[in-house]
Design a protein around this ligand. Structure first.
Ligand code: SF4
Ligand code: SF4
Length: 395
């Protein structure tokens, strides 16, 4: 298992994590066994957004005797009322629900205290202005949570969280289908009435969020990486083709800022399949060919950092150059900065991006314009032209 730094939290989380949502649908002994098995395979981060007592008890039992070797995402604002999960900001429910989480998890701290499921600006403002955020800070000061996180499906809220300066990581929904859809305040509307012909590559707000996270050191853990299984099924996939788990895991883990993908598991075999990503070949992880050959897609012209264009005769790491170029141009002209405007306007390149770029063995300036890479790019990126722009901007 590979481990990645979760932004600036100082935590090293496993690339493959455990989303706890499905624990409740099995008997307790089976679910405890799944978590123990996952831990033996090197998985060390688990999300517990669930408010129901059963899921929490299961995680508590599985962590008994090894609490310190797990990192837990525990949610604040996820409550259980009259036998039902309820997301709320009402403190008379929020406080006892969090106290219940500590008791059932048999712990006195949560590594990542997640402000639960914020998808609207109105909700964000309500949280930030009121006693909810005061409570989150109080938990942090007391050491009941060690880091402050936030879960959202809306890239605009994700950006607000990053800009707040005190939210250290986010849990965000990432998969190739979500990435094509514009931001919405209701995740259930994401694919309602969508026009397949209108798919227009990666939504700029999402791309901007990932770049901001990487640049500012706000870690991302990924939820909904398989789109609830829809992307594993040709009939349900918005692309009209099925992906494999390794391809979807690779897609999520190659977005800037991402540290871990939290998958749900019903069986040990499913854990094995996810963990097998770590030893998969480049061909097995190759999501790019699937997207590029899908009947329904329009990622044309956009670099997905897939690395398909290798090798370059002068050994330029084209995907990395493109990533740094995108990171640099994302700083231009506020939220809506376009690549063209940036190129013309010569934006200020963030120091961190400049340093990383300089550390590359070979930079864009060495491009000889042979364009041999372009025939290998499944997305038709004008690479030689991009190298010129990158060299001009980054040196
Ligand atoms: S330029 Fe094309 S092939 Fe190369 S990393 Fe980007 S999308 Fe992949
Ligand atoms: S065009 Fe530039 S980046 Fe592409 S293979 Fe040739 S030298 Fe490398």
């Amino acid at each position: 298992m590979n481990y990645r730094a979760l932004g600036k939290t100082g935590l090293m989380v496993s690339e493959i994590g455990f989303g706890g949502e499905w624990l409740e649908r099995h008997d307790e002994a089976h679910s405890v066994e799944l978590l123990v098995y996952a831990h033996e395979k090197g998985i060390n981060v688990v999300d517990c957004w669930m408010a129901d007592p059963k899921s929490r008890d299961i995680i508590g039992k599985a962590m008994e005797g090894c609490r310190d070797s797990w990192y837990v995402q525990g949610h604040i604002g996820s409550t259980y009322q009259n036998g039902q999960y309820v997301r709320t900001r009402d403190m008379k429910f929020v406080r006892p629900a969090f106290e219940d989480l500590l008791i059932r998890l048999r712990t006195d701290y949560i590594d990542l205290g997640m402000i639960h499921y914020v998808d609207t600006v109105e909700d964000w403002n309500k949280i930030m202005d009121g006693e909810f955020i005061a409570y989150v800070r109080e938990l942090r000061e007391k050491g009941a949570i060690r880091h402050i996180g936030l879960s959202t499906h809306n890239p605009v809220i994700g950006q607000m969280a990053v800009e707040s300066g005190f939210i250290e990581m986010i849990m965000f929904s990432i998969n190739p289908a979500f990435d094509m859809r514009p931001a919405t305040e209701d995740i259930d509307d994401l694919f309602v009435g969508y026009d397949k012909a209108a798919f227009s590559g990666i939504d700029p707000e999402r791309a901007r969020l990932y770049r901001m996270c990487e640049e500012k050191g706000v870690g991302i853990t990924v939820m909904k990486g398989y789109f609830g299984g829809a992307l594993l099924d040709k009939e349900r996939s918005p692309f009209g083709v099925a992906f494999t788990p390794a391809q979807l895991i690779h897609y999520a883990l190659t977005r800037p800022g991402v540290s871990s993908i939290l998958c749900g598991y019903d069986t040990k075999e499913q854990i094995d399949v996810a963990v097998a990503y770590e030893s998969a070949s480049d061909d097995e992880k190759d999501y790019a060919s699937v997207i590029a050959n899908a009947p329904l897609h329009s990622y044309r012209g956009q670099c997905t950092y897939c690395g398909h264009c290798k090798p370059c005769p002068v050994d330029i790491d084209i995907a990395m150059v493109n990533k740094f170029y995108d990171l640099a141009t994302a700083q231009c002209d506020g939220a809506k900065g376009s690549e063209t405007q940036c190129y013309k306007a010569k934006p200020r390149v963030p120091e961190s991006v400049q340093q990383h770029y300089k550390a590359l063995k070979h930079t864009a300036a060495e491009c000889i314009g042979c364009r041999s890479c372009e025939s290998r790019c499944p997305f038709g990126v004008a690479i030689a032209e991009r190298m010129k722009k990158a060299a001009q901007l980054l040196g």
